[in-house]
Ligand binder design. Structure first.
Ligand SMILES: Cc1ncc(COP(=O)(O)O)c(C=O)c1O
Length: 490
């Protein structure tokens, strides 16, 4: 029998672990005799005492039986090796407990995750031209600065827990930035730092919603928000979006239900509409009248290429009905997982309580790096550079689409954000949406349908083209290849 010691901790425990593994793996079978302690000690190069102590430990746990001198054997009552190995594998797969009952919330989240994990929604194999929405460009200069700041600030404050509301230095900077850059009206005491906007959506959902709640959402809209709301058991009420944003005039009578209104007013996801001023005012009035809070998701409002960025709804709201959510996922990088919420003062403590329960706080070190990045002016310069770069890509994408598809398409949301919504003429769907997308993938072009963002499918082919992660020079060849794929399917 070949035994090896793992070199970890006391020698007798190494002998014990090694033998136990042999027994559990079925290499030492029930009733089989263990080597004489002296022989084993010699072969392992340890003292006999070490082996005897190891045997004692195995005996006290019931793996072996017998007396020294009279022979030591593997205990009989252990299940056969085959069964044990099978059981271990089943346990690893999580199949040993039958009839697992998950909560409704877990099932909703699971379905969402599994739908996301379908090929074509998460990165799988490298595509020649990937127009996936959600990717961004990592600017090499900003990355270098980030690494430098990160190195300098590492020892700072990592020895203790931070505050769940976030580092005061970052909250102050964000309050200033959201005021000057996004037109929000707030002080640092209203700002809570979160791990990306998704965490804010989840916490706000848990703060306000229950199974008898009603949430007004945009149709089409952002599934990350919808799922967080649905997971609380609340009912979603989709309200259509047109070129002026969500149709506030079509809001249902809420009756006695409580709930939220979820909107992306600066750049509707995914259509790119901007909520018009009359609708903004109507929305605020409706919320006030019906005692609702508005969740404003300002996920990429910084990227506007014509004119100034559209100010946030929050700054227009004198009554404090708006819960503003911002993120650094688009301007900086999504894996950073830093976002923020600006809340009316009386909602900060309940939010902070839930946050503490959930995961304590966002990594304090990263918060400080971000604060320094903004304070030293790198963020502003980064934003200017990225706006220019993305604007170039947007232009290239629009030109390439027009050139390839001409009158067969209709573009939406052309002045802001990091993606375009492209509607194709009715007959483009004849081949079937999934066939078109699969054929494009097979040809090395990643394009993504808008239909999953609808509660009720739109009945025509709409594709989202993200340009955050694809260099400008690759856009035209990618679209030309897509054109060839479409032509071949006709
Ligand atoms: C509408 C909307 N909200 C928020 C986010 C970003 O979420 P996070 O800050 O969690 O990365 C996205 C990104 O895809 C989005 O499309």
């Amino acid at each position: 029998m070949l035994l090896t010691l793992d070199g970890e901790g006391a020698l007798y425990m190494q002998v014990y672990r090694s033998l136990k593994q042999q027994i559990l793996a079925g290499r030492l079978r029930e009733g089989e005799r263990l080597p004489a302690s002296r022989l084993l000690a010699d072969s392992l190069g340890v003292s006999r005492n070490v082996v005897l102590q190891g045997y004692d430990q195995l005996k006290s746990e019931g793996f072996i039986v017998g007396r020294v001198g009279a022979g030591t054997r593997v205990a009989d009552h252990l299940a056969t090796a085959d069964v044990r190995t099978g059981l271990a594998a089943a346990r690893r797969r999580g199949e040993t407990v039958s009839a697992v009952r998950l909560t409704e919330q877990a099932n909703i989240a699971l379905a969402y995750w599994q739908a996301r994990a379908q090929p074509g929604t998460l990165p799988t194999r490298a595509l020649d031209y990937d127009f996936r929405y959600g990717d961004v460009e990592v600017d090499p200069l900003s990355a270098r600065i980030w690494r430098r700041l990160s190195g300098h600030l590492f020892t700072h404050s990592v020895h203790q827990y931070g505050h769940p509301q976030g580092e005061p230095v970052l909250r102050e900077i964000i309050a200033e930035y959201a005021g000057a850059g996004r037109g929000c009206d707030c002080d640092p005491g209203q700002v809570c730092i979160v791990n990306g906007s998704q965490q804010a959506l989840d916490i706000l959902a848990r703060m306000f919603l229950s199974p008898d709640s009603q949430v007004i959402v945009e149709e089409p809209g952002y599934p990350g928000a919808r799922t967080a709301f649905q997971a609380t058991g609340a009912t979603l009420v989709p309200v259509p979006v047109d070129l002026a944003g969500i149709k506030v005039g079509q809001f249902p009578d809420p009756g006695s239900a409580n709930g939220l209104i979820y909107v992306t007013p600066s750049h509707q996801f995914p259509t790119g509409s901007i909520l018009s001023l009359p609708r903004r005012l109507a929305l605020l009035e409706w919320a006030e009248q019906h005692n609702r809070f508005i969740l404003e998701d300002d996920y990429d409002g910084e990227f506007r290429y014509a004119g100034r960025p559209i100010p946030a709804l929050q700054g227009l709201d004198p009554a404090g009905r708006t819960l503003y959510v911002g993120t650094f996922s688009k301007v900086l990088f999504p894996a950073l997982r830093i976002g923020y919420v600006i809340l009316p003062g009386n909602l900060v403590e309940p939010f902070v309580g839930l946050r503490w329960l959930c995961d304590r706080h966002t990594a304090t070190h990263q918060q400080r790096v971000l604060a320094a990045f903004i304070r030293e002016g790198h963020y502003e310069r980064h934003l200017r550079r990225m706006r220019k770069r993305y604007q170039g890509r947007r232009r290239a994408l629009i030109d390439a689409l027009h050139q390839a598809f001409g009158a067969e398409i209709e573009l939406h949301g052309t002045n802001a954000g990091l993606h375009l919504l492209v509607w194709f003429r009715e007959d483009a769907l004849a081949a079937g949406e999934s066939t078109l997308i699969a054929a494009a993938r097979a040809a090395g072009v990643g394009v993504y349908p808008v239909s999953p963002l609808y509660q009720r499918p739109p009945g025509r082919l709409g594709l989202l083209f993200g340009y955050g992660g694809i260099p400008e020079a690759r856009i035209a060849p990618g679209i030309a290849r897509l054109r060839r794929v479409f032509a071949a399917l006709r």
